[in-house]
Design a protein around this ligand. Structure first.
Ligand code: P6P
Length: 320
């Protein structure tokens, strides 16, 4: 779709909102506030090498991972952008052990925001693409008061919005409400996200598989067989596939929905419960992948997310 110069994110979400008479504007406000956080994080990410914001804080997060200064910066910016909009009743972040309450002096809303402030942060110092992932639910707890853990621990099927921001050669915000997946590229000269990828559809067949082959020896035998199958030469099924693995889920998934192919992060004998987080990574990404036409499978504890393969590849995988 040719880029409409003034189809900003704000204009797009308002025009989409008008198509739903019952819409209250709450989700539009949430997305708009998230885009402000994304612009601020993008500014810091893009000058990270020049200011004292690289490196580690010395802390570890709830998952036992060393926390990068930019991780915490992104977490703080999202909290500050989202705490006062009056649309949320609770938040949860990969960087915080507990749920995050809305400050008492702000209005409490009807939605729940889960986010991974900076996914792939181990790549920050190498200037590799990183991203913010977000997932939005309606509250399920009774009353108008503060949200609860129950509001945060909902099944992925209940998401109303999912999206990510990828910080790379450009900064792009990609989101879905279930009606198509749309990408907005930040024009830093005007500070606006401009619609650049309307209604992204994942290609029916890709040529790339994406998985950390360093874990090969720990994989399920069937998965080893499947990956070897992808590597065999066979013109009819256009094999072998190429392999691409960035190690930053947002980047690997973004490439997969644009180019097609398969992204996997399976559980293995070393990580029997898998590694990717269900609430902050798998659920939102799966919602996006399925909204742009790709099958996405999150099998707990075998966390295998497959997106974009042609049916024959899925059939093979199901046989492993
Ligand atoms: P590995 C980043 O830490 C992350 O959570 C995802 O973004 C990424 O896909 C995965 O971990 C990379 O993990 O074990 O391949 O380094």
């Amino acid at each position: 779709m040719s880029q409409t110069p003034f189809m900003t994110l704000e204009r797009y979400i308002i025009e989409e909102e008008r198509k739903h008479p019952g819409a209250t504007g709450a989700l539009s406000r949430i997305l708009s506030d998230l885009s402000i956080a994304a612009k601020i994080i993008s500014r810091e990410v893009n000058k990270a090498g020049l200011v004292e914001i690289l490196g580690f804080t010395g802390d570890t997060n709830v998952h036992g991972e060393s926390v990068k200064k930019l991780d915490m910066y992104a977490h703080d910016m999202i909290f500050k952008a989202m705490d006062h909009g009056g649309q949320l009743c609770i938040m949860a972040s990969e960087e915080e052990e507990d749920i995050i309450h809305i400050p008492h002096h702000f209005t409490i809303g009807k939605y729940v925001l889960l986010f991974d402030p900076l996914d792939g942060s181990s790549n920050i110092d190498a200037n590799v693409n990183i991203g913010t992932i977000f997932s939005i639910f309606k509250r399920v707890s009774d009353g108008e008061g503060p949200g609860t853990l129950e509001d945060c621990l909902q099944p992925g099927m209940e998401q109303v919005v999912a999206g990510y921001v990828i910080y790379g050669s450009s900064t792009m915000l990609v989101y879905t409400t279930g009606e198509g997946v749309h990408g907005f590229t930040l024009d830093p000269s005007i500070g606006e996200f401009i619609l650049s990828h309307h209604n992204i559809r994942i290609p029916e067949k890709g040529k790339i598989y994406s998985i950390n082959e360093g874990n090969y020896k720990y994989w399920h035998p069937g998965l080893k067989k499947y990956i070897k199958w992808l590597q065999e030469e066979d013109r009819k099924t256009e094999r072998p596939y190429s392999t691409r693995y960035i190690g930053s889920m947002v980047a690997d998934v973004h490439r997969t929905i644009l180019y097609g192919g398969i992204f996997m992060y399976p559980a293995d004998s070393r990580n029997p419960k898998g590694k990717l987080r269900l609430m902050y990574e798998c659920n939102p990404v799966s919602f996006i992948v399925e909204a742009c036409g790709g099958p996405s499978i999150v099998n707990l504890p075998d966390l295998i997310i497959i997106s974009g393969p042609s049916p024959c590849l899925l059939k093979n995988l199901n046989n492993i």
